[in-house]
Design a protein around this ligand. Structure first.
Ligand SMILES: [Cu+2]
Length: 325
């Protein structure tokens, strides 16, 4: 049934065929937050020369109401589980659903191409997420390929086996997670210290911690230290760093605080230095603004309004890329 398409595709792009068909990818790589999405996983070849016998895809948080399309000659199985939060669908809240789909038992020869399809809803809260990923395990008669690599936000490394990625667009006419709009100050200055773009993420119900992100510039001639702070919504505010220990990303508290060298800007961001709001007293919800007081050794206390972005957001809400002036 797919044969005529293969012939057309190969005929149209004879030179690009091997490069363009190298990876397991999504045919349509953009979806709109708050809308439905039809995912077509394209599988262009087997493992080495071995035919593909199974495709298993993991559904990222925020993609819900997943319905896979059965394929003749393949068994279809799904794994369901709890979502990190509830999602609204046709007036009711969904708290669990399909998190993995597996098509198995077929045989797709290495020199053939096929598609594996599912439909899903993309939650509106993903509007600020940038990209989400659908890791795929491709099983073959001999061997398997794991398409599960995800590029870190600021890395330019070439990935051998990238996870199929989906870019999330904000619905037109809406801006992602506006918070208090222009009312929230872009930066706050205290002494030699300038703190800009403070933001955090919405938390799933029951979460005990949340990260806080911002940039700090020291305009003075002396080093300063960010030692922590306080917030009415959390028991403690700590300064953490992410570090890779034995190949595993872990975070740890910086007991003596984070140095802000004179004349420099230090960024607290996902995957790097961050504030940790520990012992959350309530859920943080997207679009909110919350008050946090930070403590610097020299500059003293700085009061800030943190904008709350989407769950899993990678960048400050409402801004997207910001240049460093
Ligand atoms: Cu932390």
């Amino acid at each position: 049934m797919n044969l005529p398409r293969i012939v057309i595709a190969l005929a149209a792009t004879p030179l690009l065929a091997s490069a363009a068909f190298a990876h397991v990818t999504l045919e349509n790589r953009e979806a709109t937050a708050g809308r439905s999405y039809k995912a077509v996983l394209t599988v262009p070849h087997g493992c080495g020369s071995s035919p593909t016998t199974g495709i298993r895809v993991t559904i990222p948080e925020g993609v819900f109401s997943v319905k896979p399309q059965p394929k003749p000659g393949w068994q279809l199985a799904t794994v369901s589980g709890a979502y990190a939060r509830g999602y609204q669908s046709h007036g009711r809240e969904l708290r669990e659903g399909v998190k993995e789909i597996a098509w198995t038992g077929g045989s797709l020869p290495d020199d053939h191409y096929d598609e594996f399809v599912f439909v899903a809803q993309v939650d509106a809260s993903l509007a600020g997420a940038g990209q989400v990923h659908f890791p795929v395990v491709q099983t073959c008669a001999s061997g398997e390929a794991r398409w599960d690599e995800v590029r870190e936000a600021d890395s330019t490394a070439r990935l051998e086996r990238p996870a199929p990625a989906l870019r999330i667009l904000a619905a037109s006419g809406e801006r992602p997670a506006q918070g208090a709009g222009h009312g929230a100050a872009a930066s706050v200055t205290k002494g030699d210290i300038v703190v800009a773009q403070p933001w955090s993420r919405a938390t799933p119900g029951g979460a005990r911690v949340a990260g806080g992100y911002l940039t700090v510039t020291n305009r003075g001639a002396q080093p300063d230290r960010l030692t922590g702070g306080s917030a009415e919504f959390a028991e403690r505010v700590e300064v953490h760093e992410m570090a890779t220990v034995n190949g595993v990303m872990t975070m740890r508290g910086l007991g003596s605080g984070l140095e802000i060298p004179p004349g420099q800007t230090v960024e607290l961001k996902p995957g790097g230095y961050h504030l940790m709001f520990v012992g959350l007293r309530r859920q943080l919800t997207e679009g909110q603004t919350v008050k946090v007081t930070l403590t610097f050794e020299r500059a003293g206390t700085v009061e800030l309004n943190f904008r709350i972005g989407s769950i899993g957001g990678r960048a400050a809400p409402g801004g997207g890329d910001h240049s460093h002036h």
